[in-house]
Design a protein around this ligand. Structure first.
Ligand code: HEM
Length: 449
């Protein structure tokens, strides 16, 4: 090899290395917000434990690493603050004291155990008729609006903007109904919920509005909680008020904090899940949508593959409790770790052809999620609900809601199709508040005759 050729090869090698380097600002770029997956792949392949000095954070992207961190409570905690220290829980949190703040502590175990079984199994079954009823009522409204639009000459066929007319309203109405809150106050709940969500991710006036919504909601809940104490009904407020774990109940502030959390954790996520399922059917796999139209039971596969391919929640945080070694890097004690769930779900070490959305894939467990992530059929689960001690408490409810809503929508709309041939795509409007992703708008057209 000549000296010139050698120099060229060196230059190429340096260029190749530079192309693989990660700039922390990439996490804030418009390209990343639109399509984070190329960066996820570079991280997985070349920087599996990446120290982001700009955001003061370590980023973990491989499936197996994320699973083992979720399951390792000795070295990694969810709490930013020490539950045994002097931080006053709930003081700075827009929901008040709540399960999200208590890390891996006994307080967390108590709060979780006292209510977790309300959202699964037989107890969840008793709420399914509500979910059905609300889905039907909302479909009725969409139909009535379409009929009016056609009559007024605004449209030739039925059409709906699914995000504003259905998805952002449905889960929050389901939860307020389950809680037994008066139906005439649903719109007030939708407003509080929107302010709580904004207050979570952004500081300043958003936080102030979120705290004000929280205070208004707490005042509103006080008499309802007292009534549930004296004369319990079948609603979720009564069940939460009377639920016990080892003879102990939640105190009033914990109950109110939990209800505020439910509105956000169960509303803001499930609405995006339904929008993502429809987006990927309409635009990513219209061929597989035809299969779903023939066999609506496949919505369960659509839900699971969506939770793998582009889950609603892309980030979760953990904090090291001691120094930890990962892929040759030394991560110090109390370091912040971002687990990129969306990256782990596209790990080619686990899933074949991971960048293809395929509701028939054979390497993903398609049924109900498990907290341990281990499936008897030997298949892998998606990471979209987390795993281990903080595994999503509403996983079964979210799945049921998304499937019931999608099935009813499909029944009510004949020949649903995209209104526009192209779509700007899925985005992360509030990446700073945990990386929730979804389409901002989704116009669907359907036949009305
Ligand atoms: C598709 C919809 C949903 C998604 C994507 C989702 C996602 C998640 C994720 C990733 C976690 C784990 C957090 C961590 O490991 O730190 C979580 C926890 C949680 N979720 Fe969900 N969730 C959804 C629906 C719901 C619903 C419907 C409810 C309530 C009824 C709910 C209540 C909760 C609660 C209370 C926790 C905290 C559990 C704990 O810390 O022990 N979620 N969720």
């Amino acid at each position: 090899m000549t000296a010139a050729e050698e120099a060229m090869t060196m230059e190429e090698a340096i260029k190749a290395q530079l192309a693989l380097a990660i700039e922390p600002q990439e996490f804030d770029s418009p390209e990343y917000i639109k399509d984070p997956f190329p960066l996820y792949k570079r991280l997985r392949d070349h920087h599996p434990a990446y120290q982001d000095l700009f955001h003061n954070n370590w980023v973990v992207t491989r499936y197996d690493d994320i699973v083992s961190i979720f399951q390792n409570n000795d070295d990694f905690d969810r709490a930013e603050y020490d539950p045994k220290g002097d931080y006053e829980f709930g003081k700075k949190h827009v929901f008040g004291p709540n399960i999200l703040e208590y890390g891996n502590s006994d307080e967390h175990r108590f709060l979780r155990n006292v209510v977790a079984d309300q959202f699964v199994g037989n107890r969840l079954q008793t709420f399914l008729p509500f979910i059905e009823q609300i889905a039907r009522e909302m479909m009725g409204r969409i139909w009535a609006k379409s009929a009016d639009d056609i009559a007024a000459g605004f449209a030739k066929t039925g059409e709906v903007e699914l995000v504003s007319q259905f998805t952002t309203q449905f889960p929050i109405r389901v939860i307020s109904n389950m809680l037994g809150l008066p139906r005439e106050d649903e719109d007030t709940f939708v407003r509080w919920y929107q302010h709580l969500i904004e207050g979570l991710g952004f500081g300043g006036e958003h936080l102030a509005r979120g705290l004000q919504a929280r205070n208004e909601m707490w005042d509103y809940l006080d008499p309802l909680i007292r009534r549930a104490e004296d004369a319990p009904g079948e609603d979720l407020v009564s069940r939460i008020v009377h639920a016990e774990f080892r003879g102990q109940r939640m105190n009033a502030d914990e109950i109110k904090g939990f209800i505020a959390l439910l509105l956000a954790a169960g509303g803001d996520t499930t609405d995006k899940a339904i929008a993502l399922m429809w987006y990927h059917m309409l635009y990513t796999r219209p061929d597989q949508f035809e299969e779903v139209k023939k066999n609506p039971e496949l919505w369960t596969n659509v839900f699971t593959e969506m939770m793998r391919y582009d889950p609603v929640v892309h980030f979760q945080y953990r904090y090291t409790t001691r120094e930890v070694k990962l892929h040759g890097e030394i991560i110090p004690e109390r370091a912040s770790i971002t687990l990129l769930l969306g990256a782990g779900n596209r790990d080619e070490r686990v899933f074949t052809d991971p960048d293809t959305f395929d509701i028939f894939r054979e390497d993903l467990h398609m049924g109900r999620e498990l907290r341990s992530g281990r499936y008897p059929d030997g298949k892998h689960g998606h990471l979209g609900f987390g795993m281990g001690q903080h595994f999503c408490m509403g996983y079964a409810m979210a799945r049921q809601e998304a499937i019931i809503a999608s099935t009813r929508l499909l029944e009510a709309m004949k020949n649903p199709r995209p209104k526009f041939p192209t779509h700007p795509g899925v985005t992360s409007p509030n990446l700073g508040s945990g990386g929730f992703r979804s389409p901002v708008e989704l116009w669907v057209e359907f036949d009305t005759d």
